[in-house]
Structure formats: structure tokens, C-alpha cells
Write a protein of this length. Structure first.
Length: 333
């Protein structure tokens, strides 16, 4: 299994399928000028499926989340999902997407074995969407979500990031809308993972701000015993139930102690954390032709060694914190 020196076991694998995207969310990507990974550097579909197979059959991974960049831009996505669904034991599989193109692919993804989707939507106002993502695609996202729900990719979870001066006042409206549509809403605190390195702790909207804003319209009570385990989202029951809302306070209330994640980038690097500054190159091991490409057992050993070196926390609170070189879009959120 993927154990680290703090006794954590990684069972949740995030697989980035591409660093490319059809939106340019301000908290993630610059308007232009970001260098894409070169095609030969990307893992092939076969290499991705092989690594997921090793993770699932040899390393105890039970949960696979496909992400990016925008994973729906990966031409082989449906085939990758289908091949992973045939693995023994079968992992639970979900997809984090901006929803553009989901209308077209939701049914095929469901048929291939995908269990669920998380769709990112930060605003109900098309003009704010255009400012936030620098593209006029609000309607496509709403259509994509509805198609996912209709295809049975449920529960459809909605990820929202609030940005000062843009959509910071929208938390209650987003929650009312999500409850009406039957989606599960989660707010994510903005993290320092933008390509422009423009994040400022002072200006960010915190979990505290979000809860305060929601409480102007709803009564929130902690779900269950209030313990979130390894789940990053703290969940709240809305107005006595049955709906809930989640808040992922990665910055102000980090959940590193219970982290169960391991990450694979589109170019075959293992990252132990979103904020890791070191990576382990599995692609080189897969492709090395001298003396011969690594066996499954050798790849598994490299992966275990990488996770053994996982740091205690993100380091966000450390004065020496350095933002990783890769932006969120190239790590896989
Ligand atoms: N393109 C897909 C999408 O937007 O859902 C998948 C990749 S995206 C990097 C995954 C998630 O990360 C999205 O929900 C997005 O809102 C979130 N995200 C991106 N940059 C972020 C940041 N700097 N802080 C917090 N969340 C961020
Ligand atoms: Fe693209 Fe997702 Fe990043 Fe937005 S958050 S730019 S949709 S990768």
C-alpha cells in the first residue's frame, strides 16, 4: 500500500489527463502564454491504464478521479474509463470537469462505467462567468450538468470558488439553486496555485466568510459528529435537511493530517500533494529501454518510495512557503 512516515495511507488517486483547457479561470490559468506539455511527453492511454492498474491491484487504491486541465478534452477518455472499470477490484471512478462537452459525452461515460462527476461552476450570472473564466460558455456548463444528472452520474457535485469583487456575494444564491436542481454544492477556498502567482492570503474569501454569508439565508448545522475524516469538505445540513453544503477550507483549515491522496500528472509524474515541490518520474521508468522498461513491481516500488517521502502538510502556513512551479491546471485539481 501507499504508506507515508506519518501513518497515512493513500487510497485516492487523482489522474490528470491533460494540462489543456477550454476555459481560462483567473484563479487557475493566465489569459494566454501558458506553455502546454508537449504531446510526446504526455502519457499514452495505455500507459495511464497500466499505472491505474498497478495502483488498484498492487497499491491499494480504491478511488480514481480523472481531472486536468479539462479531462473532457482527452480524446481517449471514454476508453480509459471503460478499461479501468474492468479492473479487479473495480475502483470507484469520478471526473472533475468544467462541464463543457458533458452534454455530448455524459451517457457514454456512464455506459463506460464512470460513477459520478464534479462540475465546476462559480456563478449563476453569465456575465460574471465570462469575466471569471474569460470565455462565454455559461450555458454549456449548465447543460452539461443537467446531462450528467439525467445520465445517472450522481450525485452531481458542484465545485465553486468565490473571488473577491466578482462572485463573493453569490454563496446563498448558488446554494438555493443547487438544492433546487438536486446538485451537491461545495465551496473551495482559493489556493495559491494560479499560473500568474497572483494569490494573496489577505484578499481571499475564507471558509468563515462563506459560512457567514450562507447563514444570512440558511440555518446550517454540522453533519454527523462534525468530524470530516479524510474528506476535505466539512459538510453542513441546510435548514434541517435533507440537503447539505460542503466547504473545503484548504487554506484556513487544512486537512493534511487525514490526507489519503496520491496524484499522477498528465506527463507521468507522481506528486504526493497539490503543493509538493518534488515529483517522481514514472514515465521515465515506463519508457526506459536500457536495460528494459520497468516491471509492474518496480513501478509500484517507485510509487511507494515517493509516497513514503510525503511531507506532513502543505506548508501554506510556513513563512518559507513556495508556490509549486506547476499551476493547478498542470497538476490536476
Ligand atoms: N477543468 C476541470 C474543472 O475546472 O473542474 C478540472 C480541473 S480544475 C484544476 C479542478 C478544480 O480545481 C476546479 O473545481 C477548480 O475550480 C479548482 N481550482 C482551480 N484553481 C484553483 C485554485 N487556485 N484554488 C482553488 N481551487 C482551484
Ligand atoms: Fe480550466 Fe478547470 Fe483551470 Fe478553469 S479551473 S481554467 S476549467 S482547468
Amino acid at each position: 500500500m501507499l504508506l507515508d512516515t506519518y501513518g497515512r495511507i493513500a487510497t485516492d488517486l487523482r489522474v490528470s489527463l491533460t494540462d489543456r483547457c477550454n476555459l481560462r479561470c483567473t484563479y487557475c490559468m493566465p489569459e494566454e502564454g501558458l506553455q502546454w506539455l508537449a504531446k510526446p511527453d504526455l502519457l499514452t492511454d495505455d500507459e495511464i491504464v497500466r499505472l491505474i492498474r498497478i495502483a488498484v491491484t498492487d497499491l491499494g487504491v480504491t478511488e480514481v478521479r480523472f481531472t486536468g486541465g479539462e479531462p473532457l478534452l482527452r480524446p481517449g477518455l471514454v476508453g480509459i474509463v471503460e478499461r479501468c472499470a474492468a479492473l479487479e477490484p473495480r475502483p470507484r471512478m469520478s471526473l472533475t470537469t468544467n462541464g463543457i462537452g458533458l452534454k455530448r459525452t455524459a451517457a457514454a461515460l456512464r455506459a463506460a462505467g464512470l460513477d459520478r462527476v464534479n462540475v465546476s461552476l462559480d456563478t449563476l450570472r453569465p456575465e460574471v462567468f465570462k469575466t471569471l473564466t474569460r470565455r462565454d460558455r455559461h450555458h454549456d456548463v449548465l447543460d452539461g450538468m443537467a446531462a450528467a444528472r439525467d445520465a445517472g452520474l450522481t450525485p452531481v457535485k458542484v465545485n465553486a470558488v468565490l473571488m473577491p469583487g466578482l462572485n463573493e456575494d453569490e454563496a446563498p444564491d448558488l446554494l438555493a439553486w443547487a438544492m433546487e436542481e438536486g446538485y451537491e454544492l461545495r465551496f473551495i477556498e482559493q489556493m495559491p496555485l494560479d499560473a500568474q502567482h497572483g494569490w494573496k492570503r489577505d484578499g481571499m474569501i475564507t471558509a468563515g466568510d462563506i459560512l457567514e454569508s450562507l447563514r444570512t439565508r440558511f440555518t446550517l448545522t454540522p453533519e454527523g459528529d462534525g468530524e470530516r475524516g479524510s474528506a476535505p469538505a466539512e459538510r453542513w445540513v441546510v435548514d434541517g435537511g435533507p440537503h447539505t453544503v460542503g466547504v473545503i477550507a484548504s487554506v484556513t483549515r487544512p486537512f493534511c493530517r487525514a490526507c489519503d491522496r496520491t496524484r499522477l500528472t498528465a506527463d507521468g509524474q507522481i506528486r504526493t500533494c497539490l503543493f509538493a515541490t518534488e515529483e517522481t518520474d514514472l514515465r521515465a521508468a515506463l519508457r526506459a529501454d536500457a536495460p528494459s522498461p520497468a516491471s509492474d513491481a518496480a513501478v509500484a516500488e517507485l510509487w511507494k518510495k515517493a509516497m513514503w517521502g510525503k511531507k506532513a502538510g502543505s506548508g501554506l502556513d510556513d513563512p518559507s512557503f513556495l508556490q509549486p512551479d506547476r499551476p493547478m491546471s498542470a497538476i490536476g485539481g
